[in-house]
Write a protein that binds this ligand. Sequence first.
Ligand SMILES: *Cc1c(COP(=O)(O)O)cnc(C)c1O
Length: 370
Amino acid sequence: MNIKRNVLLNPGPATTTDTVKLAQVVPDICPREKEFAGLMKNLRSDLLKVVHAPEDKYTSVLFCGSGTINIDVCINSLLPEGKRILVVNNGAYNSRAVEVCEMYRLPHINLKSSIYEPPCLATIEETLKANPDVAVVYCCHHETGTGVLNPIREIGALAHKYGAIFVSDTTSTLGMIPLDVVEDNVDFCMASAQKGLMAMSGLSFIIGRKDIIEASKNYPTRSYYCNLYLQYEYFEKTGEMHFTPPVQTIYATIQALKEYFEEGEAAKFARHRAVYDAIHEGLSELGFETIIAREVESGLVVSVKYPDSPNWDFEKVHDYCYERGFTIYPGKISTTNTFRLCSLGKIFPEDIKNFFVVLKEALEFYDIKL
Ligand SMILES: *Cc1c(COP(=O)(O)O)cnc(C)c1O
C-alpha cells in the first residue's frame, strides 16, 4: 500500500509512520474480549514508562476523545468540596482550563499573565500563600498557542509546598520533551495519542497518582462520562474502558509506542530540536520574524509574525504549501497576526528544508516581499 506522506507543521495531529497507519488495519474484534484487555494493560504500563512514573504510585487511565477530554476530566474530578483550583494562565490552553472551571461552576482563581513569557513564580507563591483553600494547581507544560514552555517543576514544587496537588496539561510535550513525573513534581499529566506519540486521534490518557484518584472517590461527582475515579475503578475491576474504546486507534498507539521506545527518548528529543532549529533557520533566511524569545520556547512550536507586505494572504500561502504536501497552521494570539510552524511528528530537518523551498516559491508566486 502506498500512502501519500504529508508533512504536518500544525501542532497535532502529527505526521505518522506508515507502520503506525497500517497498524489500524486488523481483524475485527470486540473490545470486550480478554485479548483486547491484555493489549490495553500493556499499553497503560508503557504510557507510565514514557513519563518514568513508578507503577506502584501512578496509573494511566484511558479515555475515548480528543485531548481536551483530559482537561475536563482532571478539573471536574480532582477538586474536593469547598476547595479552589488555581489556574496559572499564560495562554489559550490554560484559558481552556479556566473555561472548564466556569462551565462546571467550580471555585477557581484565574491567575493571568503575559502570553509572551512563562508565569512569574513569586506571584504564584504569593497567590498560594494568600489562598490556603487552593487544593489544585493547574498549568500547561507548553502553551501550544504561542510556543512558550512553562517551568512546571518549579510550579509543582510550589503547589506541594502549600499542600495542593499539581495537574499539568502535557498534551503538547509528552513523548517529545523528556518528562519525569516524580522529579518534575507532577501529580497528574495528560496527552492524546496523536501528538508526541505520533499515533492517531481519538485516544487520550491521564497519568496520575493512584492515592489521589482513590481519595477523589469521595469528591463531588460532576460528570457521568468524564469522571476520573469511575474510569479508573472500571479499569481496576475489568481491565477495560467503561464504554467503547477507540479500537483501531489503540492498535495504532501500541505500534507508535513500540516505535517510540525504538527511537529512544533522547534521540527523539534531539530530532524534534533539530527540526525546530531548521524552522528558525529557514524563517530567518527568508526574513520572517518570530514573536517569542528563543530562551523560553519549547522547541516544538514557532509563532511567526505575518509579514507587512500588502500581498500577504495566509490562506493563499497555506493553500500553495498544502497542495505540495506541507500543512502550515494559523496562530492563536489575539493581539498579533501570526501563523505557526511546529516540529511535532515523524519529520526531519530535510523535510523543513524542502518546505522552505516551497514557501519561498509561494512568496515569489504571490509577490510577497519581506
Ligand atoms: C492539543 C492540545 C490539547 C487538546 O486539544 P484537542 O483539540 O482536544 O485534541 C490540549 N492541551 C494542549 C496544550 C494541546 O496542545
